[in-house]
Design a protein around this ligand. Structure first.
Ligand SMILES: [Zn+2]
Length: 133
């Protein structure tokens, strides 16, 4: 039986995040997507669940439809959307679609929460106290 990896680990802080990276057992460098070896020291890396909490590092607006596949045109047709890099608390930068309706609201350094999306990670503004509001 190979069910050892199918048991869902409990992630109390952000069960919806689902961002699975890796962490070097030697120098603790975090990588995303997960890698078998550390990008810094080449040592063995182990799977690590990432918090998803970070800040916008840089961003741009995708104004034309990306190559398809892998991009899947939504049913309503292509609409420009923001994409960026989010620097997570773990120190790794993750490319993500920014789910922010008003592009004028986007600021470098703004706190974001990244979740594993449908192929590409998604980032939403982190609003303190949002949960339970
Ligand atoms: Zn390392």
């Amino acid at each position: 039986m190979d069910g050892a990896l199918t048991g869902m680990p409990t992630v109390p802080r952000s069960p919806a995040a689902g961002l699975h990276g890796s962490r070097c057992s030697g120098c603790s460098v975090t990588a995303y997507p997960a890698e078998d070896t550390c990008p810094r020291c080449g040592g063995p890396a182990e799977p690590a669940a990432l918090s998803g909490a970070g800040r916008l590092w840089t961003w741009t607006v995708q104004r034309y439809a990306p190559k398809s596949p892998p991009y899947r045109v939504p049913p309503g047709g292509f609409e420009p959307f923001a994409v960026g890099y989010v620097e997570l608390e773990e120190g790794v930068r993750v490319a993500a679609v920014l789910e922010i309706d008003d592009l004028d609201d986007i600021r470098i350094g703004m706190p974001l929460t990244v979740t594993a999306g449908d192929g590409v990670p998604r980032a939403r503004p982190a609003i303190p106290g949002e949960e339970g509001a």
